[in-house]
Ligand binder design. Structure first.
Ligand code: FMN
Length: 217
């Protein structure tokens, strides 16, 4: 798939088919994603792949902890957000809610769905060694962007799952991840369910005029 087409047509998938991904497919995906550039070529991403029954077992632990601790997907902000950010958040809700069954609460759908990797056969957990400063999270972001686009061009659906960082301890214990690693993000990967109404949701973007300040000619 042409890179511009991939960028234009990728979207988050929140309903997956119960169809496992082969190791070859996952290796192809990760080989492409790890072509991402990083500062001094440090490649600070460390990747854990959890599939099948193990992915489901992990999700059961996360869902239980999420309910016990009342964890919810949020902006991760230290202060109330300025209105224009709140508006963008509301925009996402407005594009997803019409595609949920009527009795579904949006926040419950996102919280439970995120912990369940939206039913995807595979979850990819990306960690970073605590030796690095937050500057290296930029590298992880580039890696994740590559992974999302590579998956899309391989015909796979993805959803980045930031919510699971609230369960760093549980994930590390389940996957035997060393203490000095930090969970940065999870990514649900699988075949998008073509009949899942939520997958019709198309999020919008702020116009460049809201985001870009120009100077010079
Ligand atoms: C760092 C990051 C964390 C995210 N965390 C979650 C999450 O926990 N749960 C979820 O449903 N979507 C999550 N998303 C997906 C965003 O909601 C989605 O990318 C955004 O609304 C834009 O929609 P699109 O991906 O369909 O273009 C996350 C995306 C990013 C980049």
């Amino acid at each position: 798939m042409d890179i511009m087409k991939a960028i234009e047509t990728r979207r988050s998938t929140r309903a997956f088919l119960d169809k496992p991904l082969g190791k070859d497919t996952l290796e192809k995906l990760l080989s492409l994603a790890t072509r991402a550039p990083s500062a001094i070529n440090l490649q600070p991403w460390e990747i854990y792949v959890v599939s099948g029954e193990d992915r489901k077992r992990l999700s059961r632990i996360l869902v239980k902890r999420m309910r016990e601790r009342n964890i919810s997907c949020g902006p991760g902000a230290s202060r109330p957000l300025p209105d224009y950010f709140v508006e963008r958040q509301r925009g996402l809700l407005e594009c997803i809610v019409p595609n949920l069954p009527e009795d579904h609460d949006f926040q419950d759908f996102i919280n439970e769905g995120s912990c369940d990797f939206y039913g995807a056969p595979t979850g990819i957990i990306v960690t970073i060694d605590e030796v690095f400063s937050s500057a290296r999270l930029t590298d992880i972001g580039v890696f994740v962007g590559y992974l999302l686009l590579a998956a899309h061009s391989l015909g796979l659906g993805t959803c980045p799952i930031g919510l699971i960082t609230a369960f760093d301890d549980e994930i590390k214990e389940f996957l035997n991840i060393p203490e000095e690693k930090k969970v940065v993000i999870g990514i649900a990967v699988g075949h998008a369910d073509p009949d899942g109404p939520v997958n019709r949701s198309l999020s919008t973007r702020a116009p460049l005029s809201e985001l870009v300040r120009w100077r010079g000619n």
